[in-house]
Design a protein around this ligand. Structure first.
Ligand code: HEM
Length: 123
């Protein structure tokens, strides 16, 4: 099993659909960070699902459609503070927790996010 990607081990596309559904339901209701999300909820879910596919070792789904991720640059138009990153991570922690996966796999999945989230802080 060691050779499988994290994308495959969590259950591939079906798992990422569940994760992004739950995640953006929480984000769009969040008292602090919902203010940042003004565009279409289904579109951002879809973009995040494609991005996470490649972020977790699956096919280059996001790049195929949108080009180089340049995630920090793409977040620059939004004012993101450290507090926002913490809130984003709390939503992600709850979304990961909602998946039916072994605890150690959930922890491994969540551990992929904090570094990237704090990298997006730009204010
Ligand atoms: C630090 C906290 C973060 C905040 C507050 C934040 C906020 C945002 C906002 C406001 C957008 C634009 C949404 C829209 O179009 O309405 C966005 C887009 C996006 N974010 Fe984040 N983000 C954060 C962290 C992350 C992280 C850690 C990832 C990846 C693991 C990520 C992945 C994406 C993706 C893939 C998009 C879509 C980019 C595109 O337009 O193609 N974000 N984010």
């Amino acid at each position: 099993m060691e050779h499988q990607t994290l994308y495959e081990r969590i259950g591939g596309d079906a798992a990422l659909r569940q994760l992004t559904d739950k995640f953006y339901d929480l984000v769009f209701e969040h008292e602090l960070i919902s203010r940042l999300f003004k565009s279409d909820k289904d579109l951002i879910k879809e973009k995040q699902r494609l991005f996470l596919t490649q972020f977790l070792g699956g096919p280059q789904a996001y790049s195929d459609v949108y080009g180089h991720p340049m995630m920090r640059a793409r977040h620059m138009p939004h004012t993101i503070t450290e507090e926002d990153a913490v809130a984003w991570l709390q939503c992600m922690a709850s979304a990961v927790e909602s998946l039916s996966l072994p605890e150690d796999l959930k922890n491994e999945l969540f551990d992929r996010f904090p570094r990237t989230a704090f990298f997006m802080v730009n204010s």
